[in-house]
Design a protein around this ligand. Structure first.
Ligand code: PEP
Ligand code: MN
Length: 384
């Protein structure tokens, strides 16, 4: 991290940037030294190949589309054996492939390192009325209320798990790239490496994305990623002004290289009226950018008993609506970004409006395998 970034985080407050304040700075430094010595899971060659493939999606040259699936937040777990992750992610990849046998999507897993979470509230109240710091994902602190102090050694455990699960999937012949929210600066920056001709690559995953809460064009996350060669996703949603698109493009892709930027729209059906001006701005200011729909994050609702869920009909409605808006502007919807568990045995999202989930999601409700296949079948025509 540059000193200027460090000063900025210190001056404005860690919470403003969704960064944890580690109590032991020496321990944090030791961890980042260890991380820098590790090999990331994405190679410069794979990153450049993916960008080329995404350029082919952007221009329509390869007739393909992009599917992102995976959990909201991966646990980092010694209890949960590696095989469990491998089985679930393999199911996600199979369902993606089966969804359009004639033109299978370029599949990215939001996995193998998707374990840092921005949270809307700094604290949460437990059922007994006590207040504890929020859970920020296993890369930062623990779900157990007694384990909420940020612990930097979690980053090493996360990187090792990402490496092992990624390797096991590839050894099994699975084809995918990895994607996650590049949220935690000390982690991500440790995996930025210099390639040939001084080019920079982020090797913690192939396609990092910038979250809705950290997408300010002059923010520290945009700054961190502005010189890397990877394709970069940016979540855009309610309240984001169309001018932001021009500013983000100027910062992250001034030459409008096709396939470099992926705008991931996540408005929610109630806020879709804001989407056309964003799409128009992408058309005017960000040539060659990809447009993806995340129909999950704007459509989270609470049941009467206070549990988070998402209704599958709304998810489908948002995808179809965004696809139609794209068409009306002479654009194309290039892909989907879905939270999906790879499991058969849980109902976190519900199949009809007003139904109750049978399970309380740890962070956000994910589609189960049946629901994922259903959403892809219902919306497949948007990607032919
Ligand atoms: C996410 O993708 O898990 C997420 C937090 O999304 P957003 O930044 O769009 O809210
Ligand atoms: Mn989520």
């Amino acid at each position: 991290m540059t000193e200027a970034t460090q000063d900025r985080i210190r001056d404005t407050g860690y919470k403003d940037h969704f960064q944890p304040e580690y109590p032991n700075v020496a321990e944090l430094e030791e961890v980042t030294r260890k991380l820098r010595d590790m090999t990331g899971i994405a190679t410069p060659e794979e990153i450049l190949t993916t960008k080329q493939q995404y350029a082919g999606v952007a221009t329509g040259a390869n007739g393909s589309w992009i599917l992102v699936t995976g959990p909201c937040s991966e646990p980092i777990s010694l209890q949960q054996p590696e095989t469990t992750f491998v089985e679930r992610y393999t199911r996600l990849l199979q369902i993606g492939k089966a969804s359009s046998p004639t033109s299978p999507p370029l599949h990215a897993l939001r996995a193998c390192g998707q374990n840092a979470k921005p949270r809307s509230a700094e604290c949460e109240m437990l059922p007994d009325g006590s207040i504890v710091p929020s859970y920020y994902g296993d890369l930062i602190n623990g779900i157990d209320p007694s384990d909420r102090t940020p612990d930097p050694t979690r980053m090493v455990a996360g990187a090792l798990q990402a490496r092992d699960v990624n390797r096991a999937l590839r050894d099994n012949g699975q084809q995918f790239v990895s994607t996650h929210e590049a949220l935690l600066l000390p982690y991500e920056e440790s995996f930025i490496v210099q390639g040939a001709q001084g080019r920079e690559f982020l090797t913690s995953c192939t396609v990092p994305w910038i979250g809705k809460r950290t997408n300010e064009p002059d923010g520290i996350h945009v700054d961190m990623l502005k010189d890397i060669e990877n394709p970069i996703g940016i979540k855009i949603g309610p309240g984001d002004k169309p001018e932001k698109i021009a500013e983000l493009t100027q910062k992250l892709n001034p030459s409008c290289e096709p396939g470099k930027l992926l705008y991931i729209l996540r408005f929610g059906v109630g806020n879709l009226y804001q989407a056309p001006e964003i799409l128009q701005s992408i058309k005017d200011h960000s040539k060659g950018a990809l447009i993806l729909c995340d129909p999950m994050h704007g459509n989270t609702v609470k049941t009467l008993d206070g549990r988070k869920t998402r209704e599958v009909p709304r998810i489908i409605d948002e995808i179809k609506a965004i696809s139609k808006m794209c068409q009306e502007l002479g654009l194309r919807l290039h892909g989907l970004h879905l939270e999906a568990s790879g499991r058969d045995d849980r109902v976190e999202c519900v199949d009809s409006v007003g139904q109750s989930p049978d399970h309380t999601a740890v962070v956000d409700p994910e589609l189960n395998n049946n629901q994922l296949a259903g959403v892809l079948e219902e919306t497949g025509e948007c990607f032919v």
